[in-house]
Design a protein around this ligand. Structure first.
Ligand SMILES: Nc1nc2c(c(=O)[nH]1)N[C@@H](CN(C=O)c1ccc(C(=O)N[C@@H](CCC(=O)O)C(=O)O)cc1)CN2
Length: 305
């Protein structure tokens, strides 16, 4: 068997085309251009590349983006003040803080400062907790992207065995909650799980986000499984590698995502989707308020004669 390759760039292209149309509709109906502000603290080289990619992707679909670069030594208070300023700005619809932050920052305190209505990364405690009860405003981009890839490839989730390797706050844990919401039977493992293969071999859908190159070999994968590789590891020569031994596993899986070109492009694409959703929600809210105000004025003028 040779697995079907789930090409994240192709799927992302379709979703970006739909997103451009939503941007055009919003401009026509409400005169609003979605605006994403990305905060980058310090000079982490990988983060710099990611924020540049996000800006380029925004421009492609007509989203305005602004990069706020802050010095590595910025205090927690200064960073929080900057986020509060953006929360208040009516012209800003999405705010994200590129991770990782320098170690002297309390990440959760920073993320909690972002307005839940502008939290397009879906990392605020409200949005994370919302996943538990199905009441989230924004879903985190990587697991949301994985869901869209599976749906696009018509891979059923309901009633299936899903094994997730890696339980990070931004991928593994929200992924598990999103899969549970779709009635999958979910096992969450770690790179250090004793006899990991015992769990991975059960998976109809295997999602790996452990940050360990080639952690998953062919003998750990059930024949015909869908294998989603979220790993991004760079070897000493700078070559990108996933957590799955792609060449070996592709002979056993029914479909598989490559690295690069799999889940990565979907992460950025779902950020665009969330940003447009944020702008649509904020615009709809503003319209409702102005309608209420004009109703109130009309009521008052009737009452006052
Ligand atoms: N605030 C956030 N910080 C971080 C997130 C996040 O979603 N929000 N995720 C990662 C980094 N990340 C986005 O920020 C990200 C990483 C990788 C890719 C991607 O497209 N990868 C490509 C390969 C790119 C390369 O050559 O390096 C691929 O897999 O094809 C997109 C987004 C941590 N921080």
């Amino acid at each position: 068997m040779s697995a079907r390759i789930l090409d994240g760039r192709d799927i992302a292209r379709d979703i970006r085309a739909e997103t451009s149309l939503r941007v055009a509709d919003l401009a026509a109906s409400a005169g609003v251009v979605p605006h994403l502000v990305v905060i980058l603290v310090g000079e982490n080289p990988a983060s710099r590349v990611y924020v540049e990619n996000k800006a380029r992707a925004c421009a492609q679909v007509g989203i305005k983006s602004t990069l706020v670069r802050l010095d590595v030594g910025i205090s927690a208070q200064e960073l929080i003040c900057e986020i509060e300023r953006l929360n208040r700005s009516p012209d800003v619809h999405g705010i994200l803080v590129q991770l990782p932050l320098p170690p002297h920052h309390d990440i959760q305190a920073v993320l909690r400062t972002i307005s839940i209505h502008k939290d397009v990364d879906g990392f605020h405690l409200y949005n994370v907790g919302g996943l538990v009860v199905g009441k989230t405003i924004f879903s985190p981009c990587t697991p949301y992207g994985v869901m869209r890839m599976l749906d696009h490839a018509a891979i059923p989730v309901e009633g299936r065995n899903v094994t997730i390797v890696g339980a990070s706050n931004i991928v593994g844990k929200p992924m598990a909650l999103m899969m549970m919401a779709r009635e999958a039977t979910v096992s969450v493992c770690h790179a250090k799980t004793r006899d990991l293969a015992q769990y991975t071999i059960l998976a109809d859908i295997l999602i790996v986000a452990a940050g360990v190159p080639k952690l998953i070999g062919a003998q750990m994968v059930r024949t015909g499984a869908a294998v989603i590789d979220v790993g991004i590891n760079r070897d000493p020569q700078g070559k990108l590698q996933g957590d799955v031994d792609f060449d070996a596993v592709r002979t056993k899986a029914s479909c598989i995502t490559p690295v690069p070109g799999g889940v990565g492009p979907m992460t950025v694409t779902m950020l665009l989707v969330n940003t447009v959703s944020a702008a649509e929600r904020i615009a709809a809210n503003a319209t409702m308020h102005s309608l209420r105000r004009s109703d109130l004025k009309a009521d008052l003028s009737v009452q006052l004669g």
